[in-house]
Design a protein around this ligand. Sequence first.
Ligand SMILES: NC(=O)c1ccc[n+]([C@@H]2O[C@H](COP(=O)([O-])OP(=O)(O)OC[C@H]3O[C@@H](n4cnc5c(N)ncnc54)[C@H](OP(=O)(O)O)[C@@H]3O)[C@@H](O)[C@H]2O)c1
Length: 327
Amino acid sequence: MQAISLPRFGGPDAFSLSEFETPAVGAGEVLVRVHATSINPLDYQVRRGDYADLVPLPAITGHDVSGVVEAVGSGVTAFKPGDAVWYTPQIFGGPGSYAEYHVASEAIVGHKPAGLTHLEAASLSLVGGTVWEALFTRAGLRLGETILVHGAAGGVGHVAVQAAKATGAFVFATASGYDADFVRSLGADVVIDYRTEDYVAIVNRETDGAGVDVILDTIGGDTLERSPHALAQLGRVVSIVDIAQPQNLIEAWGRNASYHFVFTRQNRGKLDELATLVARGQLKPHVGKVYPLAGIPDAHADLERPRNGIRGKIGIAIVDDGAAGPR
Ligand SMILES: NC(=O)c1ccc[n+]([C@@H]2O[C@H](COP(=O)([O-])OP(=O)(O)OC[C@H]3O[C@@H](n4cnc5c(N)ncnc54)[C@H](OP(=O)(O)O)[C@@H]3O)[C@@H](O)[C@H]2O)c1
């Protein structure tokens, strides 16, 4: 099979398109013909060596799969050859999805939502799974609460806005001004231009000083320190960005705040829950740009670039199913 592999850590030019043995399927596993994958910031963090201790070289990276089951190992009951599936491979637990074939434990694989193309499904598995864990498993977002979603035009943020609206939440969202209309189209109630406006001032003005119940931090930096200033009493902050420097959280005490740190975990259950939102028409991933497998270096350069102007996700079409891809 063909795969984009990483023989060394470095820039996008570190990748090479190479031939590999098609992986063998073991007990409890499925072998999947990968139709599409997508690019996440984790991918370029791995590529440049941020997780060098966890990634033996040469490596095949990539954290989203949508494809079709080619073969199943002994004991597999939930899937059969020909089934369309989607999932996030075990992170740091083996080869990733920048390849024509991938093997995974059936426990982390879901049946692909029928209403999504492979490109769309591959653009939702990791970011959707992260949002599910952040908003519902961890923050416990409830009907009618208020939430502030940072980075709302990006991969995680554009799914978070839709998932929050599906629960009936009132959504504040930060984004670049040029993405404001896109973020509003996802359902955000108040869109804040992070480059020119102060989200703390706007949240406090719009909530009469009460603050929001939940904040989703997709940015890092000073977002954790500033969050309590926009947070309601007993509010919850969920951060998905690891930050090396110490943070001063003294303001969080005054708000009786809870902080959650999420590194997304894989399981079929949350894929099935996301599929329910898709089927109800409450969630649809936006694929802002598409590359072929050989275009992964260019896709990395696009995602890493600040102000890349690409909304939602960058998808990779491994099987050329046409512009929209198969259902
Ligand atoms: N812990 C986990 O399990 C997990 C899972 C998924 C992602 N993540 C992390 O979450 C972060 C976001 O991932 P992603 O896939 O959403 O990335 P992405 O697709 O690159 O989106 C990032 C978005 O944030 C916007 N942005 C940049 N600085 C901002 C600021 N100060 N305030 C508000 N918005 C800002 C960008 O807009 P402009 O381009 O216009 O600046 C862009 O739209 C990454 O660090 C990623 O590694 C963690």
